[in-house]
Design a protein around this ligand. Structure first.
Ligand code: ADE
Length: 224
């Protein structure tokens, strides 16, 4: 999978893709991340990427020209499955969207800034608008990193343990059961006996019961 991220703050996106699992996914050629500085495409003599909004009002708006030129250049080179705009008024990002996106070959993610992008960018280019939650961030970069992380880890081969993405919280509309590691007794707090029993049928039953109990307690909306 190839993901092209368009941003006015490329530095903000360098960290998340340079470590651990996301770094390894790129080294194994399972994911390609290309970060594009929208400013590089500006035809303005001062490399401006924003302007005052028509009709007045506080806050700048990202102009269409540099974004359009960047997306046009990318689209001339390959077909994209989705052109995503990160915005607080988009559809709420959930596991099923991550699952769907992980099956695609090429994605563009546009990060908004200031008051957002000129509406005509959305009309002309954007095929999907995503919000990562009902709050406003300073820009779409952290949201884009969240989406890319959730998607890339689902690509087969990215996680070492093939089954572990499938047993995540949310994959079957259940939260994950509690997990424990050594020591078996920490200051009198003991690991549930069944997990030490070696009886895998009982362990599976325990995990299923705990997953339901946890979901009922914390996210009853998932069981409806
Ligand atoms: N940009 C600013 N806030 C955002 C949010 N909650 N989700 C996606 N993009 C955003």
């Amino acid at each position: 999978m190839r993901i092209d991220i368009l941003t006015v703050l490329p530095e903000l996106l360098e960290g998340p893709f340079s470590h651990s699992i996301l770094k390894r996914a790129q080294e194994k050629n399972l994911a390609e991340i290309h970060i594009h500085n929208i400013r590089d495409y500006s035809k303005d003599k001062h490399k401006k990427v924003d302007d005052y909004q028509y009709g007045g009002g506080a806050g700048m708006v990202m102009t269409i020209q540099p974004i359009a030129d960047c997306i046009d250049a990318l689209k001339a080179a390959r077909n994209y499955d989705e052109i995503i705009y990160m915005t607080p008024d988009g559809e709420l990002f959930e596991q099923n969207t991550a699952n769907q996106l992980s099956s695609y070959e090429n994605l563009i993610i546009l990060c908004g800034h200031y008051k957002g992008v000129d509406e005509r960018v959305r009309e002309l280019y954007i095929t999907k608008e995503i919000s990562i939650g009902s709050y406003v961030l300073t820009g779409g970069e952290l949201a884009a990193a969240v989406v890319a992380d959730a998607v890339i880890r689902l690509i087969p081969g990215v996680l070492n343990d093939e089954t572990s993405a499938l047993s995540d919280s949310f994959q079957d509309d259940l939260l994950s059961p509690p997990v424990y590691t050594r020591p078996a007794d920490y200051k009198g707090l003991k690991v549930p006996e069944v997990l030490l029993s070696g009886d895998f049928k009982k362990i599976d039953e325990y995990r299923e019961t705990e997953a339901y109990r946890r979901t009922e307690e914390r996210r009853p909306d998932l069981l409806k």
